[in-house]
Design a protein around this ligand. Structure first.
Ligand code: DGY
Length: 325
């Protein structure tokens, strides 16, 4: 039997693709940008396996164009780019890469929090600009992190990892989650609250929700109006968890006072996106998991998932276990 045909939608860091190449007939999209839709459809036509990124839309139309497809592996924890029910209906297991990126993403969320609180980006620009003439009592004053209240929306692995960091910084911790987290309550003093309390009491609000039909626009105009006027919003989850036009208006009004975003809706934002012109915004290009080690681990797990699915073994991390026949 000849090795299965697979299509990988981008070059990946580390050497994981060498393992895939050894056991499959692998084609890799060499472009720096994702394959355009037509190219994705045509390359999928004969593929038995696809290794995708969060920038590739895998929907019913793609599945239809790929009659031989029997394994899908997404190099991301999130699977909101994939129509999971359509894959399940076709019996296609979908691998994803949670947990290997937990600590790295939590580091980045906390980096955004600290940078926003202490105005690091502005400080750097100021210090290089020639405007730094002396020590000034009221220069670039920021907000204290210690003693402030951090609200965490979504206490999955990343939310909990952010909570551990915040406890080390002496922050008061509130969280809202579908399930209680007695361990974090006992060890870190975290307190479960309803969404309203989370919005009203947080000095910093960090979003760690997967994007689903229920969490889309979790934060809209009505929710932002309940936040403190001094609050800082941090989003390292998915852009569409926040209603972006509402966020633009809210930031213009100064409630929340500041937003530090690693994600937007869409990505990248268009050149005329009003968000980009707001002074009370810090924006990163979706870098939460972007450390050398973590991206190599994600690539390796994505390959493990794909090979397992192609070889009929249980996937290390499967987003739709019910697809297994
Ligand atoms: C994910 O994995 O879902 C992140 O957004 C990218 O690392």
């Amino acid at each position: 039997m000849s090795p299965p045909r697979v299509f990988v939608t981008r070059k990946l860091p580390g050497d994981a693709l060498e393992r895939l190449r050894a056991r499959t007939r692998m084609e890799v999209w060499e472009g720096e940008l994702p394959p355009p839709r037509e190219a994705l459809l045509s390359r999928s036509r004969e593929a038995e396996g696809l290794l995708t990124l969060l920038t590739d839309r895998v929907d019913a139309a793609l599945l239809e164009a790929a009659p031989s497809l029997r394994a899908l592996s997404n190099m991301a924890a999130g699977v909101d780019n994939i129509d999971l029910s359509a894959c399940t209906a076709r019996g296609i297991p979908v691998g994803h890469t949670p947990f290997v990126l937990t600590e790295t993403t939590a580091d980045f969320a906390f980096a955004l929090l600290l940078a926003a609180a202490r105005r690091i980006v502005e400080a750097d620009a100021f210090a290089r600009s020639g405007r730094w003439r002396t020590w000034q009592p009221a220069l670039l004053l920021g907000r204290d992190v210690h003693g402030a209240t951090l609200g965490i929306a979504g206490m999955g692995a990343i939310g909990r990892a952010v909570a551990r960091r915040a406890a080390g910084f002496g922050m008061r911790l509130l969280y809202s989650s579908r399930s209680p987290h007695p361990e974090e309550e006992a060890a870190l003093g975290a307190m479960a609250v309803d969404k309203r309390t989370l919005l009203r009491e947080s000095d910093f609000l960090s979003l760690h929700l997967p994007l689903t039909a229920e969490t889309r626009h979790y934060l809209g105009a009505a929710e932002m109006a309940q936040m403190k006027p001094t609050a800082v919003l941090i989003n390292t989850s998915r852009g569409a968890v926040v209603d972006q036009p509402a966020l633009v208006e809210a930031l213009r009004r100064g409630r929340p006072a500041f937003a530090a975003l690693d994600v937007t809706d869409p990505e990248p934002p268009s050149a005329d996106e009003p968000l980009l012109r707001l002074p009370n915004l810090l924006l990163a290009p979706h870098l939460g998991s972007a450390s050398y080690a973590t991206r190599a681990r994600m690539a390796s797990l994505a390959v493990d998932n794909l090979l397992a699915a192609l070889e009929g073994r249980p996937l290390p991390h499967c987003a739709n276990p019910q697809a297994a026949r």
